[in-house]
Design a binder for this molecule. Structure first.
Ligand code: FAD
Length: 469
């Protein structure tokens, strides 16, 4: 391996701003978003084109230097952070930000992988179209990162995960060749759907450089309600009823527990929760001909009749709706401001979400009754963020290590007993590698390893992420 030869070669191949080696400038790329891990990169490389990514990969191969793809560095599992050996280079896609094309008839957009999710929303919105992926981090995260993590977000119920929204991909493979499948086809049963392998691969199989995305009619008619929940709301039954009553026009169904609400800084008094917390329910449509307010009012009446809700407010204008959403979207930041939390990104089938929640809360109580929980999430798609708050004055890193060693395994086991997953949408990264080893089905893990070895036999791509070498 020769890091020096690699950097010298890269300096010849790329322009000046593409190669960052100054330690003070490297820092922001070397630490994960939650500041749980800091690695050391030999360089940060900022290509402007797919051809430059190919040049990087070929030089890295030649010199035995590992590569760590990075988008907005907003992910939660340390997958975009280099290890501590200073033998990996971060490849940041932040300068690959072109919209390659927008097809208003076919409802597709073709983009570079470094385009932020917000920029995609802006580009398609001005054409009267919508992209169905929405995350609290969308101002910073990139579509390449969204695809590499198979991101979920607040509208999965309606539009699915990132995987459901990708039609085509362009990927630079570890041997320097380009997998070019930038096609906008909804139907294409011509052999294995190879692009799916790269979706959710967390940078371990190649560097995504472009994508063709599926768009929808812009859902510019909304009805949004803030629901104060009664004690022990049956969330699974509520979402099932909501889907039926609204003809599946529900885009979001977000739960916020009372403790999560108490952390909020963005809360005007009108948005209190009830004894069971709060729900943010949103129906959307691309036509004003469907009376969404009427449909939502009918649904809320059903909630009252069944004793599931104490009160509810339907947003009367854009400002109120924004306030409701801010309250939900700022929760990760509120947790951070309150000292942080140990996150458990759990999913269960909807029919067992309530049972999971009860049993997991009991497990925490019997572990340590003083621990406080912030429970919230996209329950509409079975995803619960089951977060243990770091107690005031506790060392965050030490507390996280203790909870992850002593309590988290029990929570994951309860999720698995209910047919759930220990990683609903954040992925594996570096932090959850051990969990994949412990909880993944043996045959699945074997196949993952075979695929990794077939595509990246030299472990060039994101060594230490997803799998141990
Ligand atoms: P990064 O963090 O840079 O990278 C993530 C992984 O993808 C790494 O393994 C990296 O190596 C790989 N990668 C990045 N770019 C590429 C590429 N071009 N080619 C190959 N591999 C690549 N996530 C959700 O799923 N749902 C949410 O609701 C959600 N809400 C969030 C809210 C906040 C406030 C924050 C801070 C984060 C949230 N996240 C959420 C997590 C995060 O935003 C997502 O995981 C996002 O998809 C990461 O995108 P990124 O560009 O920041 O990727």
């Amino acid at each position: 391996m020769s890091v020096e030869r690699f950097i010298a070669g890269i300096r010849e191949a790329l322009d000046g701003p593409a190669v960052v080696t100054d330690p003070s400038l490297l820092a922001k790329y070397e630490t994960d978003q939650r500041a749980l891990m800091t690695g050391r990169a030999c360089a940060v490389l900022r290509p402007r084109s797919t051809a430059e990514v190919v040049a990087i990969v070929l030089l890295a191969r030649e010199n035995g230097v590992g590569l760590v793809p990075q988008g907005g560095n907003t992910s939660y599992c340390g997958g975009a952070t280099p290890d501590s050996t200073a033998t990996q280079a971060v490849v940041s896609l932040e300068r690959m930000t072109s919209v390659r094309g927008l097809d208003r008839i076919g409802f597709t957009i073709s983009v570079d992988a470094g385009v932020t999710l917000q920029a995609i929303h802006d580009a398609v919105g001005s054409a009267g179209l919508a992209f169905g992926l929405s995350l609290g981090s969308q101002g910073s995260c990139t579509i390449g990162g969204n695809i590499a993590t198979n991101a979920g977000g607040i509208a999965v119920l309606r539009y699915g995960m990132a995987r459901d929204l990708v039609l085509g991909l362009e990927v630079v493979l570890p041997d320097g060749s380009i997998f070019d499948d930038m096609r906008a086809l909804r139907k294409n049963n011509s052999g294995y759907d190879v692009k799916q392998l790269f979706i959710g691969s967390e940078g371990s199989l190649g560097i995504i450089t472009g994508a063709v995305l599926k768009l929808h009619p812009i859902p510019d008619t909304h009805a949004t309600a803030w629901v104060k929940l009664a004690e022990n709301p049956p969330l699974g039954e509520m979402i099932a009823l909501a889907r039926r009553e609204s003809a599946d026009l529900i885009t979001s169904f977000e739960f916020l527990s009372p403790r999560s609400l108490a952390l909020s800084h963005a809360s005007p008094p009108v948005l209190e929760g009830g004894s069971g917390g709060a729900l943010l329910v949103e129906l959307t449509s691309s036509t004003a001909r469907i009376p969404l307010d009427e449909v939502l009012t009918g649904l809320l009446e059903e909630f009252f009749t069944r004793g599931w809700a104490e009160d509810a407010l339907i947003a009367t204008g854009g400002r109120q709706r924004t306030e409701m959403w801010r309250r939900r979207e700022l929760l990760p930041e509120d947790e951070k401001a309150a000292g942080g939390s140990v996150k458990h990104d759990i999913s269960t089938p909807l029919s067992s979400a309530d049972r999971f929640m009860r049993e997991a809360v009991d497990a925490v109580r019997s572990f340590d009754p003083a621990l406080e929980l912030s429970l919230y999430g996209h329950v509409g798609d079975g995803n619960i963020h089951f977060n243990v708050l770091v107690p005031p004055g506790a060392d965050r890193i030490a507390f996280t290590a203790m909870i992850e060693a002593e309590l988290s395994p029990r929570l994951y086991e309860i999720a698995l007993e209910h047919g759930g997953s220990f990683s609903a949408e954040y992925g594996i990264g570096r932090f959850k590698r051990g969990l994949l080893d412990t909880y993944a089905d043996g045959r699945k893990l074997g196949l993952i390893k075979s695929l990794k070895t077939a595509i990246d036999p030299g472990f060039l791509m994101n060594r230490g992420v997803l799998l141990s070498e």
